[in-house]
Design a protein around this ligand. Structure first.
Ligand SMILES: NC(=O)c1ccc[n+]([C@@H]2O[C@H](COP(=O)([O-])OP(=O)(O)OC[C@H]3O[C@@H](n4cnc5c(N)ncnc54)[C@H](OP(=O)(O)O)[C@@H]3O)[C@@H](O)[C@H]2O)c1
Length: 357
């Protein structure tokens, strides 16, 4: 049996990014993977896992302090959040620190630590940020996100004579074909469309008029995982950050007609609503229950199906959300994906899995 060349710890392995990353690495015979999270990752996972609370330094030392083989740490954890408010900076930074301080001192062959960031790094949640965002852009408002504090911590650690290097990926709106995640853009669109359809409505766009026309971008989770694998093993990427998206830009006004067509609906108009309010009423839950019964779907209860405020987060901004992916291409990562096709493939998958009609 072949011995693995790399030993990875993937923090956040029960989450959207971490689970796909752990799966992709575990599918490569060069990698042995241990996923870290409080909950066990989904049962069908192809990697080992350890249940650890990263907010608890002692728990980290006790459960991770003997993982001396570790060559790579991938940090894709984030403290609990529901898309409707800022994420805690201190707590998220402590989580990364507890992990690094438990493992780095014992892992003599630690080569690389990767952080998953995002385009909030550029202030994508602040109005009028500079686009297309470049990795070399200056930081924006001090407390706009938790990435700066994590990055400052990691760089400071690395500069204390560590042998390992670091990298960071900056994706946006990650879309994955797993069906167990409620914070999923494909599910927001598919469930919203099916409820509108069942209520005899056309497919209205629930966001703002400016958002309908603005440029937007997504990152497919497997593509992100392969990009992270690349930048964590290619020496040219040492101590570098890279924007990773599908490589194209979309306008919802161009995709909405395709989605209406896909779900067999008439195209509606821009009808701005707060999905976090309008889609969480008992009436909507009852509509979904009827759909679910009629089509014998395998969906969980309605309140666990979709994080509706995430839809408001995506369809709210009135400006372009754009990152340049030129740097990743110039450094050697060439993968790209048609985002419209990606959504249709996601919907097909949901249908095959019987989570939507
Ligand atoms: N999702 C996106 O669209 C998106 C877009 C751009 C950037 N990003 C970035 O990608 C990174 C990962 O995000 P994600 O969306 O994949 O997150 P997620 O789905 O919310 O997953 C978070 C992960 O962190 C783990 N975690 C949380 N608290 C923990 C704790 N105390 N101890 C151990 N594990 C803990 C969770 O596991 P347990 O709950 O089981 O502990 C889970 O595995 C973040 O930096 C995020 O900002 C995400």
């Amino acid at each position: 049996m072949k011995t693995a060349r790399y030993h990875a710890l993937v923090a956040g392995a029960s989450g959207v990014v971490g689970r796909r990353l752990a799966e992709v690495l575990a599918g490569d015979p060069d990698w042995e993977v241990i996923g870290l999270s409080r909950r066990a990752p989904a049962s069908a996972c192809s990697f080992k896992s350890i249940a650890v609370d990263l907010t608890d330094a002692a728990d980290c030392r006790q459960k991770l302090g003997a993982l001396a083989d570790t060559t790579h740490i991938f940090y894709a954890a984030r403290y609990d959040h529901n898309s409707s408010g800022p994420e805690p900076i201190d707590l998220n930074t402590h989580m990364l620190r507890h992990l690094v301080e438990a493992v780095a001192p014992v892992a003599a062959n630690l080569q690389h630590i990767h952080m998953v960031q995002g385009s909030k790094y550029y202030g994508s949640t602040l109005p009028a940020y500079k686009t297309p965002a470049l990795e070399s852009d200056p930081r924006v408002a001090h407390n706009a996100n938790f990435y700066y504090a994590q990055e400052d911590y990691l760089i400071a650690q690395q500069q204390t004579g560590s042998r390992w290097t670091w990298s960071a990926s900056r994706p946006h709106a990650i879309c994955d074909h797993s069906t167990g995640f409620a914070r999923a853009l494909g599910m927001v669109i598919a469930v919203y469309a099916n409820i509108c359809k069942a209520r005899g409505e056309p497919l209205h766009f629930p966001g703002t008029a400016s958002n309908y026309r603005a440029l937007y971008q997504c990152t497919e989770a497997s593509l992100l995982a392969r990009a992270i694998q690349w930048m964590s093993t290619d020496p040219r990427c040492a101590n570098q950050s890279f924007n990773i998206t599908n490589g194209d830009y979309l306008r919802w006004e161009n995709l909405w007609p395709l989605f209406a067509d896909y779900f067999g609906m008439k195209l509606g108009e821009v009808k701005t609503v707060r999905l976090g309010q309008t889609m969480t009423t008992p009436e909507m839950a009852a509509t979904w229950e009827n759909i679910s019964k009629k089509y014998q779907l395998k969906t969980t209860t309605y309140d666990k199906l979709v994080v509706w405020p995430y839809g408001d987060f995506v369809f709210g901004p009135t400006f372009d959300i754009m990152s340049s992916t030129i740097k990743a291409r110039q450094f050697g990562f060439q993968e790209c994906m048609d985002t419209g096709r990606m959504f249709i493939d996601l919907f097909d998958y949901y249908r095959r899995e019987k989570v939507i009609p």
